[in-house]
Design a protein around this ligand. Structure first.
Ligand code: 4AD
Ligand code: MG
Length: 434
């Protein structure tokens, strides 16, 4: 019987056996009659040792010819070895070379971000990028499980839309058969509101697009957003939902991505407070006073800049929820604060350690008249929103929701400074390749 073909995730069950693994040469080094080949297979890394006196000459020849990122099928005896990275080592008896790779563009030397982004398709193979993608995948699953286990219905909102959801300045426009303009969705929210009237508790999770002219480390032009929308939920309940959501998904990632977070040298003690509720809640007005006392230039009525967010969040060990922003700095659809109608029932959740806003949410206006005025005041074409207004005409109801960009959350969880590393193939103002 041929040896079992296994992955590096399954080593523990096969100690002492002869096994076959398929992968790529991550790295290699030589020492006399020994060749150490670090094999990676997408699940992990395994040191494979070839000892010239103990293998067929053909196997030795094959081992010597291998280069970084050559693809191979390796057979050998799996031995537990405390000194080996990962605790196992393969004593190689056979090598089938699939392809010998020419000199690999990504070497040991430091490459600049542009070089690495131009080679993103290869850069993904590095240990660091592997770890970030694993965290992103776990986070996505944690998000889906959070909503699934609470009986939300997944609603896939459209990508091609007739109108703006989050302001007209960051719209990607495309021609729609010469008859009309279509815009790439900035947010699924407007579609989730009618869906919440149909299904009660809904969420969407998909790509969103912003023609952001800013070149900051916190902005992508394409990112994935998760957005719940809940019928009958008021503002205070929304704050609870944000908190419950973040606490659960952060705990899940810390728990299940230990190896990846270690590889990223992430200090998880800095993440742990975020698994504990409650989170601090601070009124926008109080936040302004606090920021001014910390030397920031911001005035009441202004929106936070990236620096303001960083400085404010530094005051807390876990995410902070800033509430009740002036309506004028927020989107058209928000419910006004009955206690102070120049304010909107809006919340931004700011992550610690300089990661800025990760969640934006609000209670939605349930007043047809208010929304009609807002649409006019924001210079939006009323025809394109008739369907949205119908949600207020036919059984208007209180409802609230939020959106979280998952790249911002991954950046924070992984402790990576720039969002470009959190997306498999990031889209930035100056980058559409690869
Ligand atoms: O605050 P935003 O613009 O809110 C909305 O789009 C609402 N419609 C969401 C809702 O209530 N359903 O965006 C929400 C989140 C931000 O907090 C941030 O995490 C992320 O989306 N985000 C971006 N992420 C990466 N690059 C960008 N250019 C982003 N713009 C927003
Ligand atoms: Mg926002």
């Amino acid at each position: 019987m041929p040896p079992a073909v296994i992955t590096i995730a399954e080593l523990a069950a096969h100690a002492g056996e002869t096994v076959t693994l398929r992968g790529w040469v991550y790295n290699w080094r030589k020492k006399g009659k020994l060749r150490f080949i670090i094999l990676r297979d997408g699940f992990g890394y395994l040191q494979c040792v070839v000892f010239e006196p103990e293998v067929d000459p053909a196997v030795w020849e094959a081992a010597v010819a291998l280069t970084q990122e050559s693809s191979v099928v390796v057979t050998g005896t799996l031995v537990a070895d405390e000194r080996a990275p990962g605790g196992y080592e393969l004593k190689v008896t056979g090598i089938e070379t699939i392809q010998v790779a020419p000199e690999y563009p990504i070497g040991k030397k430091d490459h600049g971000p542009d070089f690495l982004l131009n080679h993103r398709h290869l850069w993904l193979r590095s240990r660091r990028q592997h770890a970030i993608m694993r965290v992103r995948s776990e986070l996505s699953q944690a998000i889906r499980d959070f909503f699934y286990s609470r009986s939300y219905t997944l609603i896939d909102s459209p990508i091609l839309t007739p109108a703006a959801a989050e302001g007209t300045s960051s719209l990607f426009e495309t021609d729609y058969f010469g008859e009309a303009k279509a815009y790439l969705s900035q947010s699924g929210q407007l579609y989730l509101e009618p869906a919440a009237a149909a299904l009660g508790k809904v969420y969407c999770f998909g790509p969103t697009f912003r023609a952001e002219k800013s070149k900051t480390r916190r902005h992508l032009t394409e990112f994935w957003m998760v957005e719940p929308e809940v019928a009958w939920l008021r503002f205070d309940g929304l704050l609870d939902l944000c908190e419950e959501f973040l606490a659960e998904i952060v705990a899940r990632v810390i728990d299940r991505c230990r190896v990846d977070l270690e590889r990223l040298e992430r200090d998880t003690t800095k993440l742990e407070p975020a698994t504990r509720r409650p989170y601090p809640r601070i009124d926008y007005g109080d936040a302004i006073v606090k920021l001014q006392s910390l030397g920031q230039q911001i005035q009441f009525g202004g929106d936070f800049g990236g620096d303001d967010e960083t400085v404010l969040a530094e005051q807390y060990d876990r995410p902070v929820m800033v509430t009740r922003y002036p309506a004028q700095v927020k989107a058209f659809y928000m419910q006004l604060d009955p206690a102070d109608p120049i304010r909107a029932l809006a919340v931004d959740v700011l992550a610690p350690e300089g990661y800025g806003e990760i969640i934006g949410g609000s209670e939605r206006s349930d007043s047809l008249e208010h929304l009609e005025r807002q649409i006019a005041a924001h210079g939006l074409p009323r025809e394109a929103y008739e369907w949205y207004l119908d949600v207020r005409k036919y059984g208007s109801f209180p409802h609230s929701g939020f959106g979280m960009g998952i790249e911002r959350c991954v950046a924070w969880l992984c402790g990576v400074p720039h969002l470009r590393e959190t997306s498999p193939f990031p889209r930035l103002i100056n980058r559409l390749y690869p």
